[in-house]
Design a protein. Sequence first.
Length: 167
Amino acid sequence: MKQAFTLIELLVVVLIIGILSAIALPQYTKAVEKARASEAVMNMSNLQKGVDMYLLENGYPSSTKNFLKNNPDATLDIDITQGLTCNDTACSNRYFQYDASCGAYGCSIHAYCFHQSGSDNEYAYWLYMHKSKSTDTWDAKECIYDEPKEYICKGLESQGYERSSCC
């Protein structure tokens, strides 16, 4: 005589798999977003080193100079543009848009993360670093978030980023 599963047993197994999926998928999505934010922090760190090298060689520019442009005269000594598409104002990949600039008062680096749903250009969160000319130190690191993305900024506090809500 053949043993077979009953319909009730199969439904219970499918229900258990569905419940486990419902619990695991949001956690997986958060882990992926945190990994993307870590990549952005690493790119910003490389940009920071490139800006520092530029300033050591050339000093602060008298007018604003955007380093991430589609212009050979505006590039830094390091190349983080692999995998990024650059235009006249910034470089971007699928998840972030980066810009780095210096002027008479200091330097700033940004990494903007767009909302992945919808066609609008609203930011889900962005990372910011600032170097003051007067102190010649990187004195500000900030993660500015839209409410649902607070957990990303909270995770970056251990790397020295302050978090603040934009909306």
